[in-house]
Structures are given as structure tokens and as C-alpha cells.
Design a protein. Sequence first.
Length: 196
Amino acid sequence: MDVILDGVNLDITIENEKNIGDILKALERELELNSATMVEVTADNTVISAEKLDSFFETPIDKVNTLEVKSVTAKEVADVLKHLFETFEDLATKLEEIPVQLQKNEDKTAMNTVTELADALSLLFQTIPYVNLFPENFDNLTIESKRLSSFVSDFPSLLEDFRKAVESNDTVLIGDLAEYEIAPRLHQLSKLQNSL
């Protein structure tokens, strides 16, 4: 059986391992020593869903030809967060300018900021599950005594209001949400870069 970790074929000697679970547990122990963890397991080109992982552990080794594992390190997650937190400071300032831009009919500039916000928050939401995999590294990231994942949990409803305001071209609400709701939260998030 070929075992591939992050695109690298591992030179593994199978001794007492009887099933896939034995291999994955050994691999996870090694990853933990390097502040890393598995984020995806693929067997013979089929991604194993989280719900099927437990039963997949029981699969005999000789039933799988290729086992591929993708991992993520705490450092990789920290690097993404640091980049985002730095981005949020500039983005918050741009959001505070949206009301004036809309009054001056600089809609294109304002909407470019909205697109930039959507991209940055999309990356943040993709990263949060990885933050939760390394509590020992990221539990210190708190705002108003809330962990990072808890702090951003109210963003989706706020962003839904923002999306509706943009769709209905309610420039007053767009400006208010950008300046008084979203920008202050981004300023708070940007301060977390010093904790990484």
C-alpha cells in the first residue's frame, strides 16, 4: 500500500498494523509531534467523509492500494490568520469611508471594498475550523472574553443584512452597517495579530 502525506510518498514499513486505523493513528501521532493534524483522508481516489471515517478505520490494509492524507500545521493556520488580521486593519478603514463614497457617487470604489471584505471574510470562515483543531495554539485569541470562533459567529447574520442592503441599493443602511457594525469588528480582529 502507498501512503502519501501532503503529496509526498512515505517510506513506511508495515509491521503489526492490521487495518487502516492502525496506520492513521500512527501517522496522527507523528503529525502531533510537529504541531500538525490530518484534515483529509482519501483511499483509492475517494475522499472519506467524517461520518464514514470510524468504519473506514476497520478496513484491512490489503483492501486499500493508495492512502492519501492531507494535513495542516498550526504555523500554517497562524500565518493565514496573521495575514488576515493585518488586512482587516486597512479594510476597516476603507469600510469607514463607504458612507462618504456613496454620497459622492463613488459607488464603484465602495463596491470594490465590499468585494474585498467578502473575500477576506470567506478566507476567515474557511480558516476557523482549523483554528479549533489547535486549541493550545489559538485559545489565547480572544475578544471581549470570547474565543475567535465565538466572536465571528455573529458575522453571518450581519453579513446577510449587509447583502440585502446592497441588493436593494439601500445606501444609508450599507453605510451604517459598514461604518458602525462591520468596521469596529474588523478593528478588534486586527488587534489579534499581536497575539500570534
